[in-house]
Design a protein around this ligand. Structure first.
Ligand code: ADP
Length: 403
């Protein structure tokens, strides 16, 4: 083939690949990913002789299909190269998703999905064609985004991106907004109802005092919820910034004990602090105080009145400190345990609300533990009680610290 030179083709291929790779890194988007896939294969197709009609005078080149397959294989997401309607190359990810038999198959049979078949029938779509969503390809709850691009030689590239994670994150966000609105609307509706009733019963001082008391409680419930929502968003915003101060946990436990004792004097005598001398931890003092408030507070709320709540502090190996809070309450059935750290998940909603709970306490604990690169474990036996254990890295672990 006149003009075909392996070194020049390789040079051209390298240049296009580097450019596309740079675009990918700079843009960080799937579109740039597609550009990389498209550019790689376009460069190979341009550099190599045409697949189906090799020029008669061309010296025997490296098989184009093999080169294309190599380029396609290098992509981590499922990619298929299609000539006509036949799959002529499919990378490992595509073979894992669709089956090893897809090579040589009609692409609409290979990707067994009605929406995919419809798009693949439409050979007219241009380079800017929008991606389509495929739900249930591979597994029932999997979400894929499929893009099809036609290369200059007429081959088509089919690229599948796994969107299961972002779809689940969207779902969580939507549910969270709906739940938070609902949680705020209930006390607000109650306050508005009492305001209207008060307007009619303003002359009766006893009724007025009672109604104002209920309104105050509902307003405080809203305030607790808003405080917890703001804490959660602050902690999430700092998720990737590891705490860098040294925190003395026994001292902090004493401080939190004092604060809780002032809030719930009837339970103060039940709190037992069993503290070994432990290394300071690498932490954020305000967040660790909130964590202790939430787990000791829960043990006080859900433990049986008059039964002990034990807070123990121990070293765990040379590099971790373990905080465990144990109560002797009713305990939690095993099916609830994995969901306790979800926002607004409660085992018994009316009990949580009656105790002033927002349903966000353990979600906040989980986020604080994650930010501290620690571990959270909740163990419970119905009828005996619950132990919440948290492991935190000691400040002796290398890295800059201030106190
Ligand atoms: P809440 O504000 O409702 O207490 P949390 O997120 O702190 O929310 O806890 C979620 C749920 O987990 C609670 O509603 C309660 O049902 C359960 N729970 C948490 N801690 C305990 C405990 N120590 N004993 C029994 N149940 C608990």
């Amino acid at each position: 083939m006149p003009g075909f030179s392996a070194p020049r083709a390789l040079f051209a291929l390298a240049a296009v690949l580097i450019t596309a790779l740079a675009a990918w890194i700079a843009a960080g988007s799937e579109a740039a990913g597609i550009a990389l896939v498209g550019a790689s294969v376009a460069a190979l197709v341009a550099a190599a002789p045409p697949i189906e009609r090799p020029a008669p005078e061309a010296p025997p080149p490296a098989p184009a299909e093999a080169n294309i397959a190599d380029a396609v294989e290098a992509i981590f997401e499922p990619v298929l190269l299609v000539a006509g309607n036949r799959v002529i190359a499919a990378n490992q990810a595509a073979r894992t998703l669709l089956g090893a038999h897809i090579l040589g198959q009609d692409v609409r049979v290979a990707i067994r999905h009605p929406a995919a078949a419809e798009r693949l029938l439409d050979s007219e779509e241009g380079p800017a064609a929008a991606p389509i969503q495929l739900v249930g390809l591979g597994a029932r709850d999997q979400h894929w985004e499929m893009r099809v691009r036609t290369l200059p030689g007429g081959h088509r590239i089919v690229h599948l991106s796994d969107r299961t994670g972002s779809h689940a994150a969207d779902r969580i966000r939507v549910d969270f907004v709906a739940n938070a609105s609902h949680e705020l609307r209930t006390p607000l509706a109650s306050i508005l109802g009492f305001v209207e009733t008060l307007e009619d019963a303003a002359d009766d001082p006893e009724t007025r005092t009672r109604f104002l008391g209920v309104m105050g409680n509902e307003a405080r419930r809203m305030q607790r919820l808003i405080d917890d929502l703001m804490s959660l968003s602050r902690i999430e915003a700092e998720k990737y910034r590891a705490p860098d101060t040294s925190v003395d946990l026994p001292e902090l436990v004493d401080e939190v004990y004092g604060e809780l004792a002032a809030l719930a004097p009837d339970r103060t005598a039940d709190i037992v602090i069993d503290s070994d001398p432990v290394a300071p931890v690498r932490g954020d003092r305000v967040q660790l105080s909130q964590l202790l408030h939430n787990i000791i507070g829960n043990a006080m709320k859900y433990g049986r009145p008059g039964s002990p709540v034990t807070v123990s502090l121990r070293s765990s190996g040379a590099s971790m400190v373990r905080v465990a809070v144990t109560d002797e309450g009713e305990g939690i059935a095993p099916e609830h345990l994995p969901r306790l750290t979800e926002r607004f998940y409660r085992v018994d909603s009316s009990r949580s609300r009656a105790a002033g709970g927002t349903g966000l306490g353990l979600a906040i604990v989980k986020h604080i533990v994650e930010r501290h690169r620690g571990r959270l474990d909740i163990a419970s036996t119905v009828g005996s009680g619950t132990t919440v254990t948290i492991l935190l890295p000691a400040a002796t672990v290398p890295g800059p610290l201030s106190s």
